[in-house]
Design a protein around this ligand. Structure first.
Ligand SMILES: [Zn+2]
Length: 198
């Protein structure tokens, strides 16, 4: 999910690089890294952003989560993570599994029919097919920055025909900070997180 070249304005606007927002790399789908829909990360000294997807059922309970990564059992170190190469086989694109695919495949319920999918980037046409076939009824996306590409246009066409609703998520805040030390703060013991003093 991470690669070795920092994204640039021209990178993110290139129609040839619609598959995800940025370079991503060296991450196992079943690894220990935390997952979010848009995860700032700093691999190999470059700040970049990962692409994630989360499926929730009608009760808003999470039933599947995924992020861009190489297929299970395929060693990240043996596959390219480049976005650019003379030979497409030397880029990540023929190999990487998109977050939407992984979220659907990682589901912890019998199926995801009637569920909603939250995703960092508007799904590409290939993921739109998966979303449709999986019975997902709604897609909530954060960014649609590849809106004008052929792939996204095809995706919207498919989603429209299948009657799948999609809407953009408008966050009330731009950043969430996870402070692991906050668990030790004094206020925690008096019901802040529902934890009672002994
Ligand atoms: Zn996709």
């Amino acid at each position: 999910m991470y690669a070795y070249k920092p994204p640039t304005v021209s990178d993110t606007q290139s129609s040839n690089n619609y598959l995800d927002s940025t370079n991503q790399g060296r991450r196992k789908q079943n690894g220990s890294r935390p997952t979010s829909l848009a995860m700032p990360f700093q691999p190999d000294n470059f700040q970049t952003v990962g692409v994630g997807a989360c499926i929730v059922n009608p009760e808003n309970k999470i039933v599947g989560i995924g992020y861009n990564g190489m297929p299970n059992g395929c060693d990240d170190d043996l596959l390219p993570w480049s976005r650019y190469a003379d030979d497409r086989l030397d880029t990540k694109y023929p190999y990487v599994c998109h977050a939407e695919l992984n979220a659907i495949m990682n589901k912890n319920s019998a199926d995801v029919k009637g569920c909603s999918m939250y995703v960092a980037l508007f799904p590409c046409n290939e993921c739109a097919k998966l979303i449709i076939q999986a019975g997902i009824k709604e897609v909530i996306y954060l960014s649609d920055k590849y809106h004008d590409t052929t792939e996204m246009t095809a995706s919207r066409r498919l989603l429209n025909l299948a009657g799948i609703e999609y809407k953009q998520f408008k966050p009330k805040r731009n950043k969430i900070v996870i402070d692991f030390n906050s668990i030790n703060h004094s206020g925690m013991h008096n019901g802040t997180l529902g934890i009672h003093s002994p």
